[in-house]
Unconditional design. Sequence first.
Length: 339
Amino acid sequence: MADEINKVVILGSGPAGLTAALYTARANLSPRLIEGNEPGGQLTITTEVENYPGFEHGIQGPEMMDVFRRQATRFGTRFMTGAVTEARLGKRPFELMVDGKMVKAEAVIISTGASAKLLGIESEKRLMGYGVSACATCDGAFFKDKEAIVVGGGDTALEEANFLTRFVTKATIVHRRDALRASKIVQDRARRNPKIAFIWDSAIDEIFGDPKNGVSGVRLKNLKTGATTDHKTDAVFVAIGHQPNTALFKGQLAMDEVGYLKVKAGSTYTNIEGVFAAATSPTACIVRRSQPRARDAWRRSTRSAGWKRKKPAGDDFAHMPNFILRGLKVRAARAHRRA
Protein backbone atom coordinates (compact mmCIF):
# COMPACT_ATOMS: atom_id res chain seq x y z
CA MET A 1 0.00 0.00 0.00
CA ALA A 2 2.90 2.35 0.72
CA ASP A 3 4.00 2.26 -2.94
CA GLU A 4 0.51 2.54 -4.44
CA ILE A 5 -0.52 6.03 -5.52
CA ASN A 6 -4.29 6.47 -5.36
CA LYS A 7 -5.94 8.83 -7.80
CA VAL A 8 -8.32 10.07 -5.08
CA VAL A 9 -8.39 9.56 -1.34
CA ILE A 10 -11.47 10.69 0.60
CA LEU A 11 -11.28 11.44 4.32
CA GLY A 12 -14.53 10.87 6.20
CA SER A 13 -17.46 8.50 5.74
CA GLY A 14 -20.45 10.72 6.49
CA PRO A 15 -22.97 11.78 3.81
CA ALA A 16 -20.49 14.14 2.11
CA GLY A 17 -17.65 11.62 2.04
CA LEU A 18 -19.84 8.85 0.68
CA THR A 19 -21.34 11.18 -1.93
CA ALA A 20 -17.83 12.12 -3.08
CA ALA A 21 -16.99 8.40 -3.15
CA LEU A 22 -20.04 7.65 -5.28
CA TYR A 23 -19.19 10.26 -7.89
CA THR A 24 -15.46 9.55 -8.05
CA ALA A 25 -16.15 5.82 -8.28
CA ARG A 26 -18.58 6.39 -11.15
CA ALA A 27 -15.82 8.38 -12.82
CA ASN A 28 -13.61 5.25 -12.68
CA LEU A 29 -11.15 6.87 -10.29
CA SER A 30 -11.25 3.92 -7.88
CA PRO A 31 -11.38 6.13 -4.77
CA ARG A 32 -10.03 4.99 -1.45
CA LEU A 33 -12.17 6.20 1.46
CA ILE A 34 -10.68 6.38 4.95
CA GLU A 35 -13.55 5.96 7.37
CA GLY A 36 -12.20 7.91 10.35
CA ASN A 37 -13.00 7.59 14.03
CA GLU A 38 -16.78 7.75 13.48
CA PRO A 39 -17.69 5.57 10.47
CA GLY A 40 -20.92 6.92 9.04
CA GLY A 41 -20.61 10.32 10.73
CA GLN A 42 -23.11 11.95 13.06
CA LEU A 43 -26.11 10.28 11.43
CA THR A 44 -25.07 7.04 13.11
CA ILE A 45 -26.08 8.52 16.48
CA THR A 46 -29.47 9.61 15.15
CA THR A 47 -32.46 7.32 15.48
CA GLU A 48 -35.12 7.91 12.82
CA VAL A 49 -34.50 10.24 9.86
CA GLU A 50 -37.77 11.48 8.38
CA ASN A 51 -36.70 14.58 6.44
CA TYR A 52 -34.45 13.07 3.77
CA PRO A 53 -36.00 12.68 0.28
CA GLY A 54 -36.57 9.16 -0.97
CA PHE A 55 -37.45 7.49 2.33
CA GLU A 56 -41.22 7.85 2.51
CA HIS A 57 -41.59 6.15 5.89
CA GLY A 58 -38.31 7.36 7.40
CA ILE A 59 -35.16 5.38 8.03
CA GLN A 60 -32.84 4.80 10.96
CA GLY A 61 -29.68 6.91 10.79
CA PRO A 62 -27.23 3.96 10.88
CA GLU A 63 -29.30 2.09 8.27
CA MET A 64 -29.30 5.15 6.02
CA MET A 65 -25.52 5.39 6.13
CA ASP A 66 -25.29 1.67 5.37
CA VAL A 67 -27.37 2.30 2.24
CA PHE A 68 -25.00 5.15 1.26
CA ARG A 69 -22.02 2.88 1.83
CA ARG A 70 -23.40 -0.02 -0.21
CA GLN A 71 -24.15 2.31 -3.11
CA ALA A 72 -20.59 3.69 -3.09
CA THR A 73 -19.19 0.15 -2.81
CA ARG A 74 -21.21 -1.00 -5.79
CA PHE A 75 -19.25 1.35 -8.08
CA GLY A 76 -15.83 0.39 -6.75
CA THR A 77 -15.09 2.52 -3.71
CA ARG A 78 -12.38 0.93 -1.57
CA PHE A 79 -12.89 1.42 2.16
CA MET A 80 -10.11 1.57 4.72
CA THR A 81 -10.76 1.32 8.44
CA GLY A 82 -8.81 3.77 10.58
CA ALA A 83 -8.14 7.47 11.03
CA VAL A 84 -5.54 9.76 9.54
CA THR A 85 -2.96 10.67 12.17
CA GLU A 86 -0.69 12.79 9.95
CA ALA A 87 -1.17 14.59 6.63
CA ARG A 88 1.75 15.73 4.49
CA LEU A 89 0.26 18.07 1.92
CA GLY A 90 3.40 19.98 1.03
CA LYS A 91 4.46 17.68 -1.80
CA ARG A 92 2.95 15.45 -4.49
CA PRO A 93 1.81 12.79 -4.21
CA PHE A 94 0.20 13.68 -0.91
CA GLU A 95 1.08 11.41 1.99
CA LEU A 96 -1.36 10.37 4.70
CA MET A 97 -0.51 8.26 7.72
CA VAL A 98 -3.42 6.01 8.68
CA ASP A 99 -2.79 4.21 11.96
CA GLY A 100 0.86 3.74 11.05
CA LYS A 101 0.28 2.91 7.36
CA MET A 102 1.27 5.23 4.52
CA VAL A 103 -1.40 6.14 1.95
CA LYS A 104 -0.44 8.24 -1.10
CA ALA A 105 -2.81 10.24 -3.27
CA GLU A 106 -2.83 12.50 -6.31
CA ALA A 107 -5.93 14.27 -4.96
CA VAL A 108 -7.52 14.45 -1.51
CA ILE A 109 -11.13 15.25 -0.66
CA ILE A 110 -11.56 16.26 2.99
CA SER A 111 -15.04 15.53 4.32
CA THR A 112 -14.24 15.08 7.98
CA GLY A 113 -17.18 17.27 9.03
CA ALA A 114 -17.65 18.59 12.54
CA SER A 115 -18.49 16.95 15.83
CA ALA A 116 -21.13 18.27 18.19
CA LYS A 117 -19.66 19.46 21.45
CA LEU A 118 -21.17 17.39 24.23
CA LEU A 119 -21.43 17.61 28.00
CA GLY A 120 -19.02 14.76 28.59
CA ILE A 121 -21.00 12.89 31.24
CA GLU A 122 -21.56 9.13 31.21
CA SER A 123 -25.37 9.28 31.21
CA GLU A 124 -25.30 11.55 28.14
CA LYS A 125 -23.35 8.94 26.18
CA ARG A 126 -25.56 6.10 27.42
CA LEU A 127 -28.81 7.88 26.45
CA MET A 128 -27.65 9.45 23.18
CA GLY A 129 -30.39 8.64 20.68
CA TYR A 130 -32.78 7.65 23.47
CA GLY A 131 -33.91 11.10 24.56
CA VAL A 132 -30.55 12.85 24.37
CA SER A 133 -29.81 14.53 21.05
CA ALA A 134 -27.61 17.18 19.46
CA CYS A 135 -30.11 17.95 16.67
CA ALA A 136 -33.59 19.34 17.29
CA THR A 137 -34.37 19.33 13.56
CA CYS A 138 -33.60 15.62 13.44
CA ASP A 139 -35.34 14.49 16.61
CA GLY A 140 -37.72 17.21 17.79
CA ALA A 141 -40.84 15.66 16.26
CA PHE A 142 -40.43 12.56 18.44
CA PHE A 143 -41.30 14.61 21.53
CA LYS A 144 -44.68 15.99 20.56
CA ASP A 145 -46.67 17.18 23.60
CA LYS A 146 -43.73 16.51 25.91
CA GLU A 147 -41.17 18.70 27.69
CA ALA A 148 -37.56 19.23 26.67
CA ILE A 149 -34.41 20.86 27.99
CA VAL A 150 -31.98 22.68 25.69
CA VAL A 151 -28.44 23.20 26.94
CA GLY A 152 -26.60 26.30 25.73
CA GLY A 153 -26.86 30.06 25.47
CA GLY A 154 -25.84 30.91 21.91
CA ASP A 155 -27.75 31.28 18.66
CA THR A 156 -27.84 27.53 18.10
CA ALA A 157 -29.42 26.78 21.48
CA LEU A 158 -32.10 29.44 21.14
CA GLU A 159 -32.91 28.50 17.57
CA GLU A 160 -33.17 24.84 18.61
CA ALA A 161 -35.53 25.81 21.44
CA ASN A 162 -37.69 27.90 19.10
CA PHE A 163 -37.89 25.01 16.66
CA LEU A 164 -38.80 22.56 19.42
CA THR A 165 -41.80 24.63 20.46
CA ARG A 166 -43.52 23.45 17.30
CA PHE A 167 -43.82 20.09 19.04
CA VAL A 168 -43.14 20.27 22.78
CA THR A 169 -45.33 21.85 25.41
CA LYS A 170 -42.31 23.51 27.03
CA ALA A 171 -38.66 24.02 26.14
CA THR A 172 -36.42 25.02 29.03
CA ILE A 173 -33.05 26.56 28.18
CA VAL A 174 -30.35 25.73 30.73
CA HIS A 175 -27.40 28.11 30.58
CA ARG A 176 -24.27 28.16 32.71
CA ARG A 177 -24.19 31.97 32.86
CA ASP A 178 -26.70 34.68 33.78
CA ALA A 179 -26.72 36.23 30.30
CA LEU A 180 -27.14 34.80 26.83
CA ARG A 181 -24.46 34.90 24.13
CA ALA A 182 -26.96 34.77 21.27
CA SER A 183 -27.54 37.68 18.91
CA LYS A 184 -30.12 40.23 20.05
CA ILE A 185 -32.73 39.33 17.45
CA VAL A 186 -32.55 35.63 18.34
CA GLN A 187 -32.78 36.45 22.06
CA ASP A 188 -35.84 38.62 21.51
CA ARG A 189 -37.56 35.89 19.52
CA ALA A 190 -36.92 33.33 22.28
CA ARG A 191 -38.04 35.63 25.08
CA ARG A 192 -41.31 36.34 23.26
CA ASN A 193 -42.08 32.65 22.89
CA PRO A 194 -44.46 31.61 25.69
CA LYS A 195 -43.29 28.00 25.51
CA ILE A 196 -39.66 28.85 26.31
CA ALA A 197 -38.36 29.14 29.90
CA PHE A 198 -34.86 29.79 31.25
CA ILE A 199 -32.75 28.36 34.07
CA TRP A 200 -29.64 30.44 34.70
CA ASP A 201 -26.18 29.76 36.16
CA SER A 202 -26.74 26.03 35.93
CA ALA A 203 -25.29 22.91 34.33
CA ILE A 204 -26.48 19.32 34.00
CA ASP A 205 -24.81 16.97 36.47
CA GLU A 206 -26.73 13.83 35.57
CA ILE A 207 -29.39 12.66 33.09
CA PHE A 208 -31.91 10.14 34.41
CA GLY A 209 -33.48 7.39 32.33
CA ASP A 210 -32.66 4.25 30.39
CA PRO A 211 -32.54 3.25 26.71
CA LYS A 212 -35.82 1.34 26.98
CA ASN A 213 -37.95 4.12 28.48
CA GLY A 214 -35.95 7.18 27.45
CA VAL A 215 -35.07 10.27 29.48
CA SER A 216 -37.09 10.98 32.63
CA GLY A 217 -35.26 13.96 34.11
CA VAL A 218 -31.98 15.70 34.92
CA ARG A 219 -30.02 16.82 37.95
CA LEU A 220 -29.05 20.47 37.71
CA LYS A 221 -26.22 22.12 39.62
CA ASN A 222 -26.23 25.85 40.31
CA LEU A 223 -22.70 26.96 39.47
CA LYS A 224 -22.84 29.91 41.87
CA THR A 225 -24.28 28.24 44.96
CA GLY A 226 -23.38 24.58 44.31
CA ALA A 227 -26.95 23.52 45.10
CA THR A 228 -28.46 20.66 43.08
CA THR A 229 -32.08 20.18 42.03
CA ASP A 230 -33.88 17.51 40.03
CA HIS A 231 -35.89 18.62 37.03
CA LYS A 232 -38.40 16.48 35.12
CA THR A 233 -38.00 16.37 31.35
CA ASP A 234 -38.56 13.97 28.47
CA ALA A 235 -35.61 15.04 26.32
CA VAL A 236 -32.27 16.80 26.50
CA PHE A 237 -30.93 18.66 23.46
CA VAL A 238 -27.28 19.65 23.69
CA ALA A 239 -26.60 22.81 21.68
CA ILE A 240 -23.24 24.11 22.84
CA GLY A 241 -21.67 24.27 19.39
CA HIS A 242 -19.67 22.15 16.99
CA GLN A 243 -15.96 21.55 16.60
CA PRO A 244 -14.73 21.00 13.04
CA ASN A 245 -12.55 17.91 12.68
CA THR A 246 -9.71 19.76 11.00
CA ALA A 247 -6.98 20.04 13.66
CA LEU A 248 -4.90 17.64 11.57
CA PHE A 249 -4.51 20.26 8.84
CA LYS A 250 -3.50 23.29 10.93
CA GLY A 251 -0.51 25.06 9.46
CA GLN A 252 -1.16 23.57 6.02
CA LEU A 253 -4.70 24.49 4.99
CA ALA A 254 -6.28 27.90 5.45
CA MET A 255 -9.05 27.90 8.06
CA ASP A 256 -11.02 30.40 10.11
CA GLU A 257 -10.64 31.07 13.82
CA VAL A 258 -13.01 28.21 14.69
CA GLY A 259 -11.24 25.69 12.49
CA TYR A 260 -13.51 25.47 9.46
CA LEU A 261 -11.55 25.14 6.22
CA LYS A 262 -11.62 28.12 3.89
CA VAL A 263 -12.49 27.45 0.27
CA LYS A 264 -12.55 29.71 -2.77
CA ALA A 265 -15.97 31.25 -3.32
CA GLY A 266 -18.36 29.00 -5.19
CA SER A 267 -16.00 26.03 -5.17
CA THR A 268 -14.42 23.33 -3.04
CA TYR A 269 -10.85 24.50 -3.71
CA THR A 270 -8.62 24.89 -0.65
CA ASN A 271 -5.38 26.86 -0.72
CA ILE A 272 -3.47 23.75 -1.85
CA GLU A 273 -4.01 22.55 -5.40
CA GLY A 274 -5.37 19.03 -5.43
CA VAL A 275 -6.91 19.24 -1.95
CA PHE A 276 -10.65 19.84 -1.78
CA ALA A 277 -13.14 20.32 1.05
CA ALA A 278 -16.69 19.00 1.30
CA ALA A 279 -18.81 19.55 4.45
CA THR A 280 -15.84 21.03 6.32
CA SER A 281 -16.78 24.67 5.87
CA PRO A 282 -19.60 26.53 7.67
CA THR A 283 -21.79 26.53 4.55
CA ALA A 284 -21.45 22.79 4.00
CA CYS A 285 -21.99 21.22 7.41
CA ILE A 286 -25.49 19.97 6.77
CA VAL A 287 -26.68 17.12 4.58
CA ARG A 288 -28.65 19.18 2.07
CA ARG A 289 -25.58 21.28 1.20
CA SER A 290 -22.90 18.62 1.56
CA GLN A 291 -23.97 16.60 -1.48
CA PRO A 292 -23.54 19.42 -4.06
CA ARG A 293 -20.20 20.30 -2.46
CA ALA A 294 -19.07 16.69 -2.52
CA ARG A 295 -20.13 16.43 -6.15
CA ASP A 296 -18.14 19.57 -6.96
CA ALA A 297 -15.13 18.13 -5.14
CA TRP A 298 -15.46 15.08 -7.38
CA ARG A 299 -15.39 17.24 -10.51
CA ARG A 300 -12.28 19.09 -9.36
CA SER A 301 -10.53 15.92 -8.23
CA THR A 302 -10.98 14.28 -11.62
CA ARG A 303 -8.96 17.10 -13.11
CA SER A 304 -6.36 16.97 -10.36
CA ALA A 305 -5.96 13.24 -10.85
CA GLY A 306 -5.26 13.77 -14.54
CA TRP A 307 -8.52 12.21 -15.71
CA LYS A 308 -10.26 13.77 -18.73
CA ARG A 309 -13.94 13.25 -19.32
CA LYS A 310 -14.93 11.68 -22.64
CA LYS A 311 -17.81 13.26 -24.49
CA PRO A 312 -20.55 12.58 -25.16
CA ALA A 313 -20.62 8.98 -23.92
CA GLY A 314 -21.01 8.18 -20.23
CA ASP A 315 -22.42 11.55 -19.16
CA ASP A 316 -23.45 11.25 -15.50
CA PHE A 317 -25.96 14.10 -15.95
CA ALA A 318 -27.74 12.68 -19.02
CA HIS A 319 -30.49 11.17 -16.85
CA MET A 320 -31.26 14.39 -15.01
CA PRO A 321 -34.53 16.30 -15.63
CA ASN A 322 -34.13 19.49 -17.67
CA PHE A 323 -35.06 21.76 -14.76
CA ILE A 324 -32.17 20.35 -12.70
CA LEU A 325 -29.75 20.78 -15.58
CA ARG A 326 -30.88 24.40 -16.02
CA GLY A 327 -30.30 25.00 -12.32
CA LEU A 328 -26.79 23.56 -12.53
CA LYS A 329 -26.00 25.80 -15.52
CA VAL A 330 -27.22 28.88 -13.63
CA ARG A 331 -25.09 28.00 -10.61
CA ALA A 332 -22.06 27.40 -12.82
CA ALA A 333 -22.53 30.77 -14.53
CA ARG A 334 -22.79 32.55 -11.17
CA ALA A 335 -19.68 30.80 -9.90
CA HIS A 336 -17.81 31.82 -13.06
CA ARG A 337 -18.83 35.47 -12.58
CA ARG A 338 -17.71 35.41 -8.94
CA ALA A 339 -14.37 33.91 -9.96
